[in-house]
Design a protein around this ligand. Structure first.
Ligand code: BG6
Length: 470
């Protein structure tokens, strides 16, 4: 692959494809969840922005916006729709079309094997906690590697194991909607085994392509630097970062982390020597790092274990407004810096976190190549009568974060690419279609799903042009 800096934007299968049951696709846990009573809004990704039927248009627009790379994910249940493991040729053909369009427009694909949408037949057996999930994943991954090979230069095994496990088993807002720390640990462990076993399949083929994993949060940090605050930071990092990244990058768990997890009464009998051996020999080539916000923590004085998110999008900036918080009794709890802004969904906007995240990754993991695989601002967009959105708020967010990302690169972090979340508006997990992230607006009232580039699309194009020397 060429050594040019990658400038692009990202999507994920369930959030944009639609065509949820077309051409032999099987159901994923998100199809199942969204069609069930547990989905209190009734909003689904059944059609979404219908990328399935807009592939050429979306990739052409991306390229016309000056971008040279596109991050998307493959829907596992399009490729292996049922538990019988029969491969769906029409599913493979769909992503061939996506890759054809990438080639036509000189766009480098960066492809994730699973972005939250586990097949429902695995969900029915215990989902990410099913002990057989890693073998199923390795089978599916091998089908993908053999079929697409080096047409895809950058593969990602799993999007955000940390956030996925966290939402599934701590907050409980993603299927299977549980709050269970034991299952959180088991899920995160199984995901690490999935990554390692998929990489073992990948290496067998001797491809030139590279493979990585995408992490969803940055390192924890605190307002004070006293020993009790340092402890809170350490435990939060065990929980959100090290538990995921150490096995993927170093091929092993930190024994102190294992001891800390056990001291909480987590039963680690699911950890198997043979899995640890696979992890040791099969680590990633690059790290994908998603950057949205800071994880600010303090010592846990409440004695409470609780996790909250704001899926209502009603944060008005007041002290009482619902925000994202996480707390584990005895370990850490979220802190609030009154000097920073929150978005409507209660998430802090803190551009410096981009710099701190990247520098901390370098400190812990050395010169590993890093792609910023997502960075974006979710907000309520207002379109004029032509569908045009003057999204100054998004431009301000992106330019402030980019400033710190490029500063980290200048200060020696091996940053190789950057992706705006998202290429076009798409389904936001639980938040539906009102929370928008796209560089391109999608008109959901229009059956044809008309696309209109936003002001941020043109701003990004110019930004890329101005940074050709990277
Ligand atoms: C990332 C996910 O964590 O956050 C994306 O990888 C997601 O899939 C994005 O859409 C924004 O989250 P949300 O909940 O605001 O859509």
């Amino acid at each position: 692959m060429t050594e040019q800096f990658l400038w692009g934007s990202a999507t994920a299968a369930y959030q944009c494809e639609g065509a949820w049951n077309e051409d032999g696709k099987g159901a994923s846990i998100w199809d199942e969840f969204c069609h069930s009573d547990k989905n209190t809004t009734g909003i689904t990704g059944d059609v979404s922005c219908d990328f399935y039927h807009h592939v050429e248009e979306d990739i052409r627009m991306l390229a016309e916006g000056g971008q040279n790379t596109f991050r998307f994910s493959i829907s596992w249940s399009r490729i292996v729709p049922k538990a019988d493991r029969v491969v769906n040729e029409k599913g493979l053909a769909f992503y061939d079309r996506v890759l054809d369009a990438c080639e036509k427009y000189h766009v480098i694909p960066n492809v994730t094997l699973v972005h939250y949408d586990l097949p429902d037949y695995i969900g029915a057996q215990g989902g990410w906690c099913y002990p057989g999930v890693a073998d199923e994943f390795a089978y599916y991954a091998a089908v993908v590697f053999r079929h697409y090979g080096d047409r895809i230069p950058l593969y990602v095994t799993i999007n955000e194991p940390n956030h996925n496990a966290y939402c599934n088993y701590c907050v409980g807002n993603y299927p299977p909607n549980e709050t269970n720390l034991q299952h959180y640990c088991q899920c995160a462990y199984n995901m690490a085994v999935c990554t390692a076993k998929a990489i073992r399949e990948f290496r067998k083929l001797g491809l030139k392509a590279q493979i990585g994993v995408v992490q969803g949060c940055g390192p924890a940090t605190s307002l004070l630097d006293t020993p009790d605050y340092q402890e809170a930071v350490k435990y939060c990092n065990y929980f959100c970062n090290d538990w995921i990244l150490d096995p993927a990058i170093k091929g092993e768990y930190d024994p102190q982390l294992i001891a800390a997890v056990q001291s909480r009464g987590i039963d680690l009998s699911f950890v198997k020597e043979e899995d640890l051996a696979v992890m040791k020999d099969n680590t990633i080539d690059f790290l994908g790092q998603n950057i949205y916000s800071r994880m600010l923590v303090k010592p846990n004085t409440s004695g409470i274990t609780a996790f909250t998110v704001n899926n209502a999008g009603n944060n008005d900036g007041s002290a009482q407004a619902a925000r994202e918080t996480r707390a584990i009794a005895g370990w850490f709890e979220s802190d609030r810096d009154p000097n920073t802004k929150l978005n409507h969904w209660g998430r802090e906007i803190f551009p410096e976190c981009a710099y701190n995240t990247l520098m901390e990754r370098k400190r812990r993991y050395g010169n590993i190549p890093i792609y910023v695989t997502e960075n974006g601002h979710g907000c309520y967009d207002a379109a004029d009568e032509n569908g045009f959105v003057e999204d100054e708020e998004r431009i301000e967010f992106l330019s402030n974060y980019l400033h710190y990302i490029l500063k980290a690169k200048q200060d020696g972090v091996n940053v190789k690419g950057y992706y705006v979340w998202s290429t076009m508006d798409l389904y936001s997990w639980i938040n539906g279609y009102k929370k928008r992230y796209g560089l391109v607006r999608v008109d959901y009232d229009d059956p044809a799903r008309k696309r209109t580039p936003k002001k941020s699309y043109y701003w990004y194009k110019q930004f890329i042009q101005d940074h050709q020397d990277l």
